[in-house]
Design a protein around this ligand. Structure first.
Ligand code: PFF
Length: 456
């Protein structure tokens, strides 16, 4: 437990260094690694895209993540309160936190839907009902699930209840305890599946799809996709890392933890690509985008493989584990804001958010059935929520976080916070970070965003 601060009473927090790492990595690693990263990379130029994504991660993701965690730990409060207490009175920086709450709702709406399918598929995989080599059949099975409004809703609500139940247990006994156990499981499953996939005859072709560089595909739009992916992947630009930062211990080395999380997340993404594509090519399937890759191609691929039943179960358990840690952090953003701002109990805040999400999320759950024809800006709710969050809200949040830290909060406070209020050993690193946050990162985000949206 953290002692009382000017921002509020004593509060729950992470208890160990490993717990901090597990929870933070748990937030970063998620469905993004499994169904966004591999396909987006393969479809947008392989190694060329990877290079742009790496640049976005280093020049944008890393500085913003460090800044967020640092601010959260300093204020030891939810995202809105953090910016309220750290900013000069009368300024509106807390709106970053408010936009984060909105982003959390939008992302959770479609994310909990995909997660619902993943959880459903764990059971379907165990039961063997999706074990067919014929994509027409796996496609029909998936279609039957998503076009059934009741089933879709129930799986989504079930997942939300599961996540809410863990959050009710608290930060240390809920989030930390669960992610500490799940993250090692995730790595073991991923390694087992990766080795299996690399032993397949189509491994080279799959790796070529993922890594062969094609720089002609790199356009402004692709750069925006890469940057949006970096934001989404690292859970930044919306106060999630700020919220988790507020549970960090005072002796935690923030830059080192951030670098570890970033590298591990990158490793998981690559490995996910290595699990998926060699198998897809070995059995003569076409790599496809988004949900159909995960729920139509993958089952057919595993069905074609010796011992495929077992590996398919492992694959969906892996996906469910990854989704859990990410959703915990997403839901924690609005829950902690309600507790911090309105002083209501954690239990009540969780319940209210679940009810709100049950309603808003339904627009996504039903976007393949009842609401299939309802489109805004030519997109279903599902696609719209994804686009608005990754390509607009998170980058804008990122810009303002950079500006706040460097122009308002200032270098001295940053130095003190990053050295854990002690002697700073790596002055040069902080200097560099400060320069990035003040000029490079916000300008880069703005440029990529405007260009990618066709506004420049
Ligand atoms: N980082 C998660 C993933 O890649 O699946 C998604 C996510 C979690 C985004 C938490 C944003 C967030 F605040």
């Amino acid at each position: 437990t953290q002692p009382a601060t000017p921002a509020g009473p004593a509060r729950d927090a992470f208890t160990s260094s490993f717990g901090v790492l597990a929870a933070t990595l748990g937030s970063a690693v998620g469905l993004g690694n499994i169904w966004k990263f591999p396909y987006v990379t393969g479809a947008n130029g392989g190694a060329g895209f990877l290079l742009v994504y790496l640049l976005a991660t280093l020049l944008v993701g890393l500085p913003v993540m460090i800044a967020e965690i640092m601010l959260g730990r300093k204020a030891k409060a939810d995202a809105v309160t953090t910016l309220r207490v750290l900013a000069p009175a009368g300024q509106y920086w807390w709106l970053i936190g408010a936009s984060g709450v909105l982003a959390a709702f939008l992302i959770l709406s479609f994310y909990s839907e995909v997660a619902g399918w993943v959880f459903a598929y764990v059971f379907k995989a165990i039961g063997g009902d999706i074990l067919s080599k014929d994509p027409a059949q796996t496609s029909a099975a998936f279609g039957a699930l998503v076009s059934d409004p009741l089933q879709s809703l129930l799986w989504q609500w079930g997942v939300l209840l599961f996540i809410g139940g863990i959050l009710l247990l608290g930060v240390a006994k809920g989030i930390e305890a669960v992610t500490k156990r799940l993250m090692p499981v995730l790595f073991i499953l991923l390694l087992v599946l990766g080795v299996r996939s690399l032993m397949l005859p189509g491994a080279a072709q799959g790796l070529a799809f993922l890594f062969a560089p094609d720089f002609s595909k790199i356009t402004a739009e692709v750069a925006l996709i890469a940057m949006g992916l970096a934001f989404f992947k690292l859970s930044i630009g919306m106060g999630t890392m700020m919220t988790y930062g507020s549970y960090f211990r005072d002796d935690q080395n923030i830059p080192a933890t951030t670098v570890r999380v970033m590298s591990a997340d990158l490793f998981v993404s690559m490995l996910a690509g290595i699990v998926v594509f060699p198998a897809v090519f070995t059995f003569g399937f076409k790599p496809e985008a988004g949900p159909s890759l995960l729920f139509i191609t993958i089952p057919a691929v595993f069905a074609s493989m010796p011992m495929g039943h077992l590996f398919m179960v492992l694959f969906f358990v892996l996906s469910a584990v990854a989704a859990t840690g990410a959703m915990l952090s997403l839901l924690e953003v609005p829950v902690s804001v309600m507790v911090g701002r309105f002083g209501i109990s954690r239990a009540r805040a969780t319940l209210i958010n679940l009810l709100l999400l049950g309603v808003i999320g339904a627009s996504c759950a039903l976007s393949n059935s009842v609401l299939a024809d309802v489109k805004l800006f030519g997109m279903t709710f599902f696609d719209l929520f994804d686009f608005v969050s990754s390509s607009i809200l998170l980058p804008i949040g990122g810009i303002f976080i950079c500006l706040f830290v460097s122009w308002v909060w200032g270098k001295d406070k940053m130095m003190a916070a990053l050295s854990n209020e002690g002697v700073l050993h790596n002055r040069v690193v902080v200097q560099l970070l400060y320069g990035l946050l003040k000029y490079v990162t916000p300008l880069l985000i703005l440029l990529v965003m405007l260009k990618g949206l066709g506004l420049l």
